[in-house]
Design a protein. Sequence first.
Length: 330
Amino acid sequence: MKTISILVPESAVMETVADPRYLFTTANQFLTASGNDPAFKVELVARCPEVKLHGGIYSVHADKSLSEVKQTDLVIIPAILGDFKEVIKNNSQEVEWIKDIYSSGAEIASLCVGSFLLAATGLLNGKRCSTHWAFYQEFREMYPDVTIMDGHIITDEGGLYSSGGANSCWNLLLHILEKYTSREVAILAAKYFAIDIDRKSQAAFSMFRAQKDHKDVEVKRTQEFIETNFTEKITVEQLATEVALGRRSLERRFKHATGNTIAVYIQRVKIEAAKRSFEATRKNINEVMYDVGYTDTKAFRQVFRKFTGLNPIDYRNKYNKDVKEVITSL
């Protein structure tokens, strides 16, 4: 029997405490109903006997204190709320406990932005990690030694698991459930909870944010020029002249400030504009492609899929209500 220890830190998101407990206890019910022994012992672990969450709206009663848990099979770190640096500071005991329990042989799984708490342990240094797409830049700034896997739903780094944003947590939990039991049990759980078990990417849900949380004035001017003129063909030499910098200096400073090369940034601005057009208009693929400055259909489709995980038609059908209604009426 595997012991699943769900950590309840200060500022935890209640749903990401309750959902893994629900999943693994339900899996036990599936197993016993089919004549098998339960596979999991599920416990809530916290520094104190009672943890108040969401400003005291919820109160979680721990089964064990941190000091009582010397060994376990899996620790689940829930998502956290608030200023990440402050939350990590307030959970310093939990950070040390995670390191200790990992060294004793436990696997660790972070859900959504629980990755910030896991990364604070240093265990992810030199490794890959998934987290909510909206916090990629902040994560990179806080943990430059960890490689963020853009768009990934699940990352498995030899006993250190992480998931993408929000409902991606369920995909990681199903991944672990399958590993600890069987594909059959995981599929049964996926059907019971109505989860797409094979969803691999959160890219279709992400929105490109302009990455202007920096103090480099010339880079900000470059970003603004790109965002104003993205329908045109823009060269790095043109941008360098615009902000009176050398090409190499601008490229270096741009990558440092935004985390993207200039070429990738231009692509992302174009694709974000294309996404908005697919969501809000009934323009066809070629019209949108030309609107955002592409003339090569193959190149547009490749870049669109790179950043969204979907081809343009599938994206439009997924997010455009008018298109859905037309398809339904046919």
